[in-house]
Design a protein around this ligand. Structure first.
Ligand code: 5GP
Ligand code: MN
Length: 321
């Protein structure tokens, strides 16, 4: 079986670790777990971990004190490892180091990984990058902080073990981490369920303003920066909207457009059974997983909604025949 050490080049001294833009629970959990595991098992390495600042609910791990949240001045690590990052343009904080690094390694679970690194270890059937890492690590070397980071990654990418990306292997990883003593209820409550008042209200607003399209097969909602300002929230506070939209009875596709900068919208897509949203997102330069994907688009909200609905209609029609 492959272990993490098999993926690391010989003779390295300095390692930079990075994740993707807008880091989610799996990105934070997997990068932190990798950092802590290397710190413990390869003490001779000088490690740096770069992450864009996540939402407050992902800041609870002690290791967050060791994270650099600012883009570093250029330097050349012997090895740069990205976690949970499917393409070069998706690397978040630390992206500037990628082309300066002597060697690069991508550890991921996105089917759409573009193999942009010198070495790629991608497991598209894994629920999360945290699951990939769990099985690359030697289990007896996983301590409580590493287990906590891995568990955080697992629950965020699986919606606490409910999505179709969950397999027996996912549950076994979760079970073994619980066996190591991770405070699982606290992690779920504090990092997954908890929402600020503003996050709750923008969720409510986005649901109230959602509409059904294409004979009820698509549910969509749009949120502009003006809308967010009214609730005192930022784009990253809308993270739970698309998952709740997806729960609408009878819907195959949930579509959420939210404005990240004036005139720039993030498209979040979820499907329920047959529609490949990674393909739909790819039409707009994005990517992701078969049932959860996204892209970045420029334009006005109504025009973008009409455009994506048009593509979705064509794809739904294709799958009808
Ligand atoms: P979310 O809707 O939660 O932002 O993203 C869902 C999935 O789609 C994640 O796995 C994420 O990596 C992927 N994704 C989201 N936005 C983009 C994007 O702009 N480009 C690519 N390649 N993938 C994206
Ligand atoms: Mn992930």
């Amino acid at each position: 079986m492959k272990t993490l050490n098999d993926l690391l080049p010989e003779g390295i001294r300095t390692v930079a670790i990075a994740g993707h833009v807008n880091p989610d629970g799996d990105c934070v959990g997997s990068t932190c777990a990798l950092y802590l595991y290397l710190k413990k098992t390869r003490p001779e390495l000088a490690l740096s971990l770069y992450l864009a600042r996540p939402t407050d609910d992902l800041m609870f791990m002690d290791v967050m004190k060791e994270v650099s949240f600012e883009e570093p001045a250029p330097w050349s690590p012997d090895l740069m490892i990205t976690c949970d990052t499917s393409s070069l343009d998706r690397i978040g904080c630390g992206a500037g180091l990628f082309e300066k690094a002597e060697r690069t390694l991508s550890i991921d679970h996105h089917v759409s990984n573009t193999r942009y690194a010198d070495e790629t270890w991608v497991e598209p059937d894994a629920s999360s990058c945290a699951e990939v890492l769990f099985y690359l690590f030697e289990e007896d070397k996983i301590d409580l902080p590493i287990a906590t980071a891995l568990y955080t990654g697992l629950i965020h990418d699986t919606g606490v073990f409910q999505y179709s990306n969950v397999t027996r292997r996912t549950m076994e990883a979760g079970a073994r981490l619980i066996g190591m003593g991770v405070p699982h209820t606290r992690i779920i409550e504090e990092s997954f369920n908890a929402a600020t008042f503003g996050q709750q209200r923008i969720l409510g607003w986005c649901l109230e303003n959602s509409r059904l399209y294409l004979d009820g097969r698509v549910v969509a909602s749009v949120c502009t920066q003006n809308d967010m300002a009214r609730f005192g929230v930022e784009a990253k506070d809308t993270g739970s909207v698309v998952a709740v939209l997806r729960q609408t009875t009878g819907v195959e596709l949930a579509l959420f457009l939210y404005e990240t900068e004036p005139g720039t919208f993030k498209l979040s897509l979820r499907s329920n059974s047959f529609l490949n949203v990674a393909e739909l997102a790819a039409r707009y330069g994005g990517g992701g997983h078969v049932k959860a994907a996204g892209a970045t688009l420029k334009g006005s909200a109504p025009a973008l909604l009409a455009e994506v609905l048009g593509t979705a209609a064509a794809m739904l029609e294709e799958s009808d025949v």
